[in-house]
Design a protein around this ligand. Structure first.
Ligand code: ZN
Length: 180
């Protein structure tokens, strides 16, 4: 369901504040250990500026995309605060925690094609941001082989979601060509 412009701004700001609070003690794995919240904000920017996405539910879900997976946040908490549309997109992009890393990654490939268009766009933005981060400042201790593996896995996910946002898909493909 589309959200009106006024309420859209409010929703996005509320999501930003909520995510900033939930991620406040987390750092990214880059050499500078930059604040975690920079990552969800980067996704929102990619969606808006590069993907032309104007749907506040998608932008809010991007800001919140790692809260269930990486912080003490429940789906019920999200639907209470932001409504079920936002919460369900975040759930769609959340990996199942109790599985091994390898199984989680395979499952993400398998589930990607069945995701909603909103969730597919969030996935695209996430992969774009992660490739950029690896190219600019790889996670501490990652070998070139690990970087390549990430690029290839990200491409498998993106190949499953094609058709959701042509601009973002092109942007991803450009970045993939810079594979380490
Ligand atoms: Zn992410």
């Amino acid at each position: 369901m589309p959200v009106g412009r006024e309420r859209g701004f409010g929703l996005v700001l509320q999501a930003m504040a909520f995510a900033a609070s939930k991620h406040r003690r987390q750092r990214r794995k880059d050499a500078e250990a930059s604040p975690y919240i920079n990552h969800p904000i980067a996704l929102a920017e990619v969606l808006w500026h590069e993907g032309g996405v104007r749907d506040p539910v998608t932008i809010a879900a991007a800001l919140l995309h790692d809260t269930i997976e990486d912080t003490e946040t429940t789906p019920e908490e999200l639907s209470g605060a932001f409504g079920s549309s936002v919460a369900s997109v975040v759930e769609e992009v959340t990996d199942v925690k109790w599985l091994t890393r390898r199984t989680r990654k395979e499952l993400q490939v398998a589930r990607a094609g069945r995701a909603s268009v909103r969730a597919k766009q969030v996935k695209l933005a996430d992969k774009i941001c992660n490739l950029r981060d690896i190219l600019a400042s790889p996670p501490e201790g990652w070998t070139r082989e690990q970087q390549r593996e990430y690029f290839d896995w990200a491409k498998r996910v993106v190949d499953e979601v094609r058709g959701a946002n042509a601009k973002l898909e092109r942007r991803f493909d450009q970045l993939y060509r810079e594979r380490p």
